[in-house]
Design a protein around this ligand. Structure first.
Ligand SMILES: Cc1cc2nc3c(=O)[nH]c(=O)nc-3n(C[C@H](O)[C@H](O)[C@H](O)COP(=O)(O)OP(=O)(O)OC[C@H]3O[C@@H](n4cnc5c(N)ncnc54)[C@H](O)[C@@H]3O)c2cc1C
Length: 442
């Protein structure tokens, strides 16, 4: 690697990481003397999407929340078209049975678990909805009583889950929201995700990547892609940032630096971290995920049935299966005649898949696909795969006690990214708003 002693360039702010959090900071600062460094060849991080046939494979984030959320407002401000995912059924795949119901009651009736467990679960869900609906998409605060309740116990403890089949059901919800099982993750993340299932969710036309692509186009900051930051050193009055691009080492000075990368990556880059910050970031390990898409020779509804968008899968390597064509028009789908099916695997399953060749990993997903939909063999036209080594930061018991330290800046270095809130796009955008206010108020 050649070294370029280019220490003369000084920026008001250098942002490390071009996912939605870093890009939102860059966009909202509206300042030209800002440099954003992204290690991949394109910005986007966990929002990347590709096209398969006429459809979109959202490799990472599939949907954005609606209502008064910050990410919905940002999407509207950027001129994105968002389409309501008008799901009308709650569903799951469990013990060889595809269960779908147009109400919680009908759904629970169809679940292959004993009647007593259904009743217990129904009461648990009613209690969960009435007590915790207000926490969905809110910033986790250490002085919030409801947040404390959800943070101090695992989901199994909080919901008093005993029966193995009920535990397996909640494991699937817990893994999709956190990558951990229901006995490991604090109740907060899976409860938030479960309540989200019933809330309004939107597909961004063209794929979730349109959000980050548009942010990258509209920001006044200088955006460098293919620029991997290897070191951030506090200088007292600012920070020195070293990055590698095309085999050349570059050095720039920042009056303020924003780390907008997952916590384990920030730990590897920021030098001489104060003890409180190192301890806090070390709590934020990430779980992995893998997602796959299969283009099939008939419309997806023929497999899923009407009104079904997303299906938690219980007891398999695949933890969720969904219909990415859900918001496309019936007319378009009828004319095209093809469909798309998306599957994803959580931590342990994903880690096994990441050790395989892409073809073998896709074969594993395909086995699950054919078990869930026995009419699918012979119908696959194309397939695609994406692994996420840093997919989601699980919310472990006790994390709430660390949240202020996880967010806290030190020595002109600020921290944003989904892990500083909960997980998901709303968390990432919320964290960006907080950092913008830190930067503009100091
Ligand atoms: C499979 C999957 C499905 C999901 N589904 C949803 C969903 O439906 N809805 C939802 O709201 N959320 C979903 N999420 C979560 C959502 O994608 C994330 O919460 C969000 O995108 C995180 O954004 P971020 O900017 O914090 O981090 P990231 O998107 O991870 O951005 C960090 C960026 O930093 C870059 N980087 C890392 N190291 C360096 C370095 N040394 N130098 C320079 N750049 C660096 C990375 O390349 C990356 O671009 C999903 C995530 C996954 C993995």
């Amino acid at each position: 690697m050649t070294s370029q002693p280019n220490t003369s360039e000084t920026y008001d702010v250098v942002i490390v990481g071009g996912g939605i959090a870093g890009l939102t900071v860059a966009y909202q600062l509206g300042n030209q003397n800002v440099l954003l460094l992204e290690k991949e060849d394109i910005c986007g991080g966990r929002t990347l999407s590709t096209n398969i046939g006429p459809y979109v494979f959202n490799q990472g984030a599939q949907m954005i929340p609606g209502g008064e959320t910050n990410v919905a407002k940002l999407a509207d401000e950027l001129g994105m078209t968002r389409t309501l995912i008008d799901k009308t059924k709650t569903s799951t795949y469990m013990k060889g049975k595809f269960v779908a119901g147009s109400s919680d009651f009908r759904f629970l009736l169809g679940l292959p678990i004993p009647l007593f467990e259904k009743l217990k679960m129904a009461f648990g869900i009613i209690r969960m909805r009435s007590r915790y609906s207000g926490i969905v998409d809110k910033t986790p605060r250490s002085d919030d009583q409801k947040m404390q309740e959800l943070s101090e116990k695992t989901l199994v403890e909080r919901m008093n889950i005993r029966h193995p089949d009920v535990k397996a059901f909640w494991d699937s919800i817990a893994k999709s929201s956190s990558t951990l099982g229901a006995a490991e993750v604090a109740a907060f993340q899976p409860v938030n995700t479960f309540l989200h299932h019933a809330a309004d969710e939107f597909f961004v036309e063209g794929g979730t990547v349109q959000l980050t692509r548009t942010l990258a186009e509209k920001t006044k900051a200088r955006v460098e892609t293919g620029a991997a930051v290897i070191e951030v050193v506090s200088t007292g009055s600012g920070a020195t940032v070293r990055y590698e691009k095309n085999g050349t080492l570059h050095t720039v000075q920042a009056k303020k630096c924003v780390m907008a990368v997952p916590a384990p990556l920030a730990l590897g880059v920021v030098q001489d971290l104060p003890d409180f910050k190192r301890v806090a970031l070390e709590q934020c390990e990430y779980g992995t995920m893998s997602s796959a898409a299969f283009l099939v020779d008939r419309p997806s509804e023929e497999f899923f049935g009407e009104g079904v968008w997303r299906v938690p899968v219980v007891g398999m390597k695949t933890i969720g299966i969904g219909d990415p064509t859900f918001t496309f028009t019936d007319d378009m789908k009828r004319k095209d005649g093809r469909g798309l099916i998306r599957l994803y695997a959580g931590d342990d399953g994903s880690q096994t898949l990441q050790k395989m060749s892409d073809d073998d990993a896709l074969d594993e997903f395909e086995k699950d696909l054919f078990e869930i939909f026995p009419t699918a063999p012979g119908r696959v036209l194309d397939r695609a795969l994406k692994h996420w080594p840093h997919a989601i930061c699980p919310w472990r018991v006790g994390r709430l006690n660390q949240i202020n330290d996880i967010r806290a800046p030190h020595d002109n270095i600020h921290y944003c990214g989904d892990y500083t809130e909960n997980s998901g796009l709303e968390s990432a955008v919320l964290s960006a708003k907080r950092v913008v206010s830190e930067l503009t108020s100091s």
